[in-house]
Design a protein around this ligand. Structure first.
Ligand SMILES: [Zn+2]
Length: 205
């Protein structure tokens, strides 16, 4: 399976699981690091109907290499920032209910910790449930240049995180390849729902 087919398969699966409904979410994989070439979903497409032709290649400025093939995702610059800052091989962005709710609730503290959950061990390099995962939150914006600069800053300040949220918007996570990034989406979505439901039972928790 090549990168385009893999991205299509993930898009359809994430739509089915409620993490990328409608045209929300965008997904990318690095094709080459030098020069930087990233395969990414085109803008404004229903993720349940993705086909390999909907995957475009962009350069380190987020520009489409073949502009006639379509417009890359509006959030391409955030993918580029994550790849450049961390050397990630794949970046996945979802719009789930739980990431949307928690990113709003915890914005005042700049983020929140997830700790004590066995499922944390699904994050790369984490070997114990005692791990404390900081999940930072950025304020949402339609200025993608500014948001990508804030993303770069956030990653510089928090080099060990596995993902972050954007307020009332969604989650970004990544991995060394698409398999690892997809696992991180699954793990985070489980953890975010667990944290959110737990808080509802006992709001002071
Ligand atoms: Zn988004």
């Amino acid at each position: 399976m090549n990168a385009s087919e893999h991205l299509v398969q993930l898009g359809r699966e994430f739509h089915r699981r409620g993490w990328a409904l409608g045209t929300s979410g965008n997904f990318s994989a690095v094709v080459s690091h030098d020069p930087l070439r990233i395969a990414i979903t085109a803008s404004s497409l229903d993720k349940s109907r993705l086909v390999p032709e909907n995957i475009l290649q962009v350069d380190s400025e987020g520009r489409a290499l073949e502009p006639a093939a379509g417009k890359p995702s509006a959030e391409t610059l955030l993918h580029v920032a994550i790849v450049q800052r961390l050397g990630a091989g794949a970046v996945l962005h979802t719009h789930s209910v739980w990431s949307t709710i928690l990113s709003d609730y915890h914005l005042g503290h700049g983020g929140f910790f997830i700790e004590g959950y066995e499922m944390l061990k699904g994050l790369s390099g984490v070997v114990t449930h005692e791990h404390r995962e900081w999940v930072p939150i950025l304020e949402n914006s339609q200025d993608m240049k500014a948001l990508s600069e804030e993303t770069a800053r956030l990653l510089e300040e928090n080099p060990k995180i596995h993902g972050f949220l954007i307020r009332r918007h969604g989650m970004y996570t990544w991995g060394r390849d698409l398999d690892e990034a997809a696992r991180h989406v699954e793990i985070f979505e489980f953890l975010l729902e667990s944290v959110g439901r737990r808080q509802m039972m006992e709001p002071q928790y």
